[in-house]
Design a protein around this ligand. Sequence first.
Ligand SMILES: C[S@@+](CC[C@H](N)C(=O)[O-])C[C@H]1O[C@@H](n2cnc3c(N)ncnc32)[C@H](O)[C@@H]1O
Length: 381
Amino acid sequence: MIDDLRLQAKYCQDTSPLYAALYEHLAGYWLDHNAGQTDPALAAFFDTVERCWQGRIFTAWFERPLLLAGALHEQALSGRASALAPFYSSCGGSFDASQGEAFGAALKATLAECHQDMAGFLSQSSIQTNETSRGLSWLLPVLSGWQETRPAVTLIELGCSAGLGLVADHYGYRVEGLAGQVWAQQGRPHFDMALCGAGAEAALASLSHVQAFGGATKTRIGCDLRPLNGADEQQGRILEALIWPDNAPRLARLRDAMKIKRAIPLRFEAGDMVDCIDRLATERFADTPMVCLFNTVATCYLDDDHYARLRAAIANAFSGLWADKDCLWVEFEMPRISDDLPDYAQGQEQLIKVHRPDGKGGLQTRYFGAATAHPKEVEIF
Ligand SMILES: C[S@@+](CC[C@H](N)C(=O)[O-])C[C@H]1O[C@@H](n2cnc3c(N)ncnc32)[C@H](O)[C@@H]1O
């Protein structure tokens, strides 16, 4: 645990002085605790943590540090951690490294006072975020095919979290092409993006259909193991709490996206994405001649066997009741070890893949583009 906290502190060094200090203080508390010298003010906090995490196995090193930081941030956002608020930008405060000692005192006081209220957050089974900047990663490939036919659409997101990706066509954008051409749409949250690569010009041109595409989208369905309902104050705060308090722009984008999402009818399906596809495949979606599935940073959580089952379930759906529709599945995901990548798609952090029915009951895959997980630039192959 101490190593995990220190590693996280190092990770935050350049980007978040507040969290670098937070993790260093926590590492110090854990060091004393493990040496049998627990600060008496923190004894009940350590009992709570032990109760929340009893019998639980953490696979990723960052899970426990992020859960602790998120639980504290949630206390600050809910107004219960008044001692922390002066240091958290998300609560109107500010922090610089010279305030480390005062921040440590506030942190200790908060852990002593709020540990029981933190239990719900600490006991969560997963760390669940919803990044709003990934909309173009699925809109660009969808629009590049959609402009030819313009049918009505059923849109389905796998691993949707709170469903903020499902309404990305309503966000604001300023997208610059290779030769300085610009496409823009008003709205908040707002994203500045650049397109590069051989397909940039055509992709930029296809963006002029975003609004028409939004209007044609009859049904929006989000599947997730645990869909987060942003209308529920507590669940909305989980998403906010996992954003670093001093990352004000990302927090503002999340809050703006939540507002948009509340105004658009979404349907949520809870459960594993393979089961969701199997269930949805029994629906005809008779009013839409196109079904478009997408996922962003979600199938990376599936092992190869699970991913193979997903691919098979989608191929079945595409060749079953939806066989007479225009079907496509877009992914914005890390390359999988099992991927047989063409040269131009090698070495990328995240790839945009487009799968379509191959006419023989399977899928054919095309690599459309690449970007980072928090994209500012999308390369179109
Ligand atoms: C890192 S989050 C990404 C959320 C969103 N797609 C985005 O890009 O912001 C991954 C999401 O996938 C969901 N997830 C992971 N495994 C899943 C599965 N087997 N079936 C359904 N959802 C899953 C998680 O609950 C979580 O909401």
